[in-house]
Design a protein around this ligand. Sequence first.
Ligand code: DLL
Length: 436
Amino acid sequence: MKVPAWNPAVEFMAREALERVQLAGLRQTVAWALRTPFYRRRLAEAGVRHPEDISALRDLRHIPYTTKDDLRAAYPDGLLAVDREQVVRLHTSSGTTGMPTVIYHSRQDLDGWTELVARCIVATGAGSRDVFQNMTNYGLFTGGLGLHYGAERVGMLVIPASSGNTSRQVQLMKNFQTTVLHATPSYLLHLHAALASEGVDREQLALRKAFIGAEPHSEETRRKIEQLFGIDAYNSYGLSEMNGPGVAFECQYKTGLHLWEDAYVLEVIDPRSLQPCAEGETGEIVLTTLQRQATPLLRYRTRDLSHLVSGHCPCGRSHRRLARLTGRSDDMLIINGVNVFPSQIEDVLMKTPEVGTNYLIQIDKRGSLDRLAVKTEIYAKLFTGDPRTLDDLRERIAEQLRAAILVKPAVELHEPGSLPVSEGKARRVIDLRPAF
Ligand code: DLL
């Protein structure tokens, strides 16, 4: 297979050269960071007062971590490292607690971000001949604008559809013969279900690929999307604090997500001890920006869990790969003392052929015991009127979940389209247990 690449000189760069680029980027980033009150204080505590105090990449280890709470405390401009005049855009996120964080971008920052996204797109085999329908929100969310500029730079025909309005999405796909989609995986599953009600079938469309990300999803979900649409789906990882999409992406071989190491230093740490994980061990991803002027971030704790994939990718890129993200260190559920990740539940559901495209996990409390309910849509043809079919299926799913997560949930089977859908990130877990 020919390996398409947007920036081969960087993407296939030898490791030693890449590490030299990283060291130069780190020194530059420290210089930028020292302009902010927040990092001046933090770095001084770590004995770093000048960029030259960093003599090797391993010196990064002496710099304290930056957390989401630090970003909140620095809101709105405690982390701004350039004159306001140099800033051309900002993205904010409100997060689950509603406390805002902000990332500022200079013109150079936006250009760097666009280049990273262009690399991701081309690595999947997509290019200037493609019609790209961008079905993620354009606005403060970084998915819309991030992919938009990358796709334009590659020369794709971009349809800035934004999120929602499913029947219009279907019409656009059909009328303009869209070849590449960008959406959250949960929205793509919903979109597929909507095709039939719009009277459109797969053969009337020209779809080849989809970029899916912004939320955790299992390998089985990817496979389901690929089979339903008859396309290749590529996992895309990013977070607003690191620009947004364009941090790590799968190439055509789909053997993990290449993280662009000329733009970020990647560390994987044990979230409890905060010590580095051994290679291949799952831990929290910690990232340092190397090219971002306006809001440099040093050792940012993402809370996302993954591990490094060992060995080399057949594509030949030297940038290391992250395994599919299994969730966040803060999304682990504790159900009667047992640790459960929502991704484990999704795995079981998506392996069950009768299961449709949407599900919900609900936890509540009766007396002192937690109760777990898994609500899932199944295909309409299964509602035959014979209650035994449904009882058997319910029991089978509950048993498979028990084997995987050690908790036997109550399983509810729902008709297609009856559970709530989200146009952006899916909200899969509803925890009704009273807070302490
Ligand atoms: O979701 C940026 C993005 C947009 C990525 C479009 C990919 C595509 P935030 O809203 O700040 O930014 O959310 C970032 O979403 O820390 C992860 O927990 C989660 N996440 C993002 N991509 C993936 C993925 C965007 N591929 C947070 N798999 C991150 C699992 C993901 N989780």
